[in-house]
Design a protein around this ligand. Structure first.
Ligand code: HEC
Length: 121
């Protein structure tokens, strides 16, 4: 299975090319610029993974704009999310979303620009 990482890379590349609207991120002022740069890269990857794994249940279309909910920091608890509800238990197994991928998604959701869309279960 030596080809798997390359295959994954190309899938991510194709997906990222189809996303024309890139998210803006909000970083703390105290965060040095080179750190912000590194986080921006992580957030971009996180957004792609969010679109693949989470958007179908969590993004909402409002007036032709796709909005991502503004999860609160305490809701973004990574691996625990796998068991917070039945749908997650079914669909967020670690064979589907790896620990690393979930971490990138959490980083993206934490720093993405607020959409004004609160998460209400
Ligand atoms: C199959 C649909 C589905 C998918 C896929 C899904 N979720 Fe959810 N998620 C839900 C539902 C339904 C709830 C609300 C559960 C409830 O009623 O408490 C929820 C709740 C949440 C919450 C709030 C948890 C809390 O403690 O308040 C977060 C954060 C979340 N999801 C993040 C994610 C992330 C990140 C992904 C992708 C890695 C994801 N979800 C994928 C259906 C889904």
């Amino acid at each position: 299975m030596k080809a798997t990482p390359y295959l994954l890379f190309f899938i991510l590349l194709i997906v990222s090319c189809t996303i024309n609207q890139k998210a803006q991120y909000i970083f703390p002022n105290a965060m040095p610029e080179y750190v912000q740069k590194a986080y921006t890269e992580q957030c971009d990857k996180g957004q792609i993974l969010y679109n693949l794994n989470c958007a179908k249940c969590h993004s909402k279309k409002v007036k032709n704009r796709i909005l991502i909910p503004d999860f609160k920091a305490e809701q973004l608890k990574g691996y625990e999310l796998r068991v917070t509800n039945m749908k997650h238990e079914d669909q967020l197994q670690d064979t589907v979303v790896t620990e690393e991928e979930l971490g990138l998604i959490m980083t993206f959701l934490k720093y993405k620009e607020r959409s004004g869309l609160e998460f209400k279960p």
